[in-house]
Ligand binder design. Structure first.
Ligand SMILES: C[S@@+](CC[C@H](N)C(=O)[O-])C[C@H]1O[C@@H](n2cnc3c(N)ncnc32)[C@H](O)[C@@H]1O
Length: 284
């Protein structure tokens, strides 16, 4: 048998159950993310690459390093950033944008709305808030304005979101009538596109942890999007998070979760007005 050189690839580093449990518990405490047992290989792959880059030989050594850190040490943010899942798209779940434009906005306008405030909570790399900016800029008349607060726990995705540069192949996700929101690179940056300043100026990005209760000072909001993140939380955390969000919604505001998420059977202040679109329950 050939004697292979002893190169260890990060994903190959062994991860003991007790170390996995340590990482899992810390992630739960810090982000509310509840990693199931089957996620061991995810932890192994994502933390493994980082370990190698900072010169550590194994997960136990990384665990010892984390155990010795102050709670506000920057390494904890890197740890959380590495273990979040950030999949997103432009115009993801288009029914929400259709509802916003065709049902919510006409009512809001009729009620005398002038400045629409939206919160994209757990915005990942920015496709969701920029989709909102494209829709609202096209739909609102000149006498109305809008602002979008976009937040996430992951500081690495927020950096990408602020930069607003995306690979050009994502253009296919954006309907033709909204492509004026983009400028296209040429020469060395041929394969890239960027959201143009007139759209970017409506969106501000900030770090925000959904499990920490403090409502953003920009609120109350007319619309809150919090989609495809509740799936990572336990039932108790979902109740806590959507309870926190209810403190930030305006009196006639709407709240969107993903079509693959549900608050059904949970004690929350929200009620469905259609699948995955909710309003705050009126007090009895
Ligand atoms: C799958 S992405 C969803 C992005 C977008 N909302 C969408 O539907 O396309 C989930 C995002 O939730 C963020 N996240 C996870 N836990 C969080 C927490 N406790 N507070 C804020 N954001 C969190 C992750 O960093 C990630 O960017």
């Amino acid at each position: 048998m050939t004697d292979f050189p002893s190169i260890l690839f990060p994903g190959d580093l062994p991860l003991l159950e007790e170390d996995f449990e340590f990482f899992r518990d810390r992630l739960l405490e810090r982000a509310g993310i509840d990693l199931k047992d089957g996620k061991k290989s995810l932890v192994q792959a994502r933390l493994g690459a980082h370990l190698r880059s900072i010169g550590l030989k194994g997960f136990a050594e990384y665990r010892r390093r984390l155990e010795g850190l102050a709670p506000d040490d920057g390494e904890w943010q890197i740890f959380v950033n590495l273990l979040t899942t950030n999949k997103t798209d432009f115009f993801r779940e288009p029914a929400h944008f259709k509802f916003l434009l065709e049902t919510f906005l006409p009512k809001w306008r009729k009620a005398g709305g002038k400045h629409l405030k939206v919160w994209s909570a757990a915005c990942s790399t920015g496709q969701e808030p920029y989709t909102l900016a494209m829709c609202l800029k096209a739909a609102l008349p000149p006498e109305c304005d809008f602002s979008i607060l976009a937040t996430d726990i992951d500081t690495a995705v927020l950096k990408e979101a602020r930069n607003a540069v995306y690979p050009r192949h994502l253009l296919s996700q954006i309907p033709v009538e909204h492509r004026n929101a983009l400028s296209f690179g040429s020469g060395e940056i041929e394969g890239w596109m960027r959201i143009r300043p007139d759209w970017r100026k409506h969106v501000s990005f900030r770090t925000h942890n959904l499990i920490e209760g403090e409502p953003p000072p920009e609120g109350p909001f007319d619309v809150i999007f919090c989609r495809n993140v509740l799936i990572y939380f336990s039932r108790e955390t979902i109740v806590q998070v959507v309870g926190n969000l209810a403190r930030s919604i305006g009196p006639d505001g709407v709240f969107m979760i993903s079509h693959s998420e549900s608050l059904h059977g949970l004690p929350t202040p929200w009620q469905n007005i259609r699948p995955s679109v909710l309003v705050k329950k009126k007090r009895a």
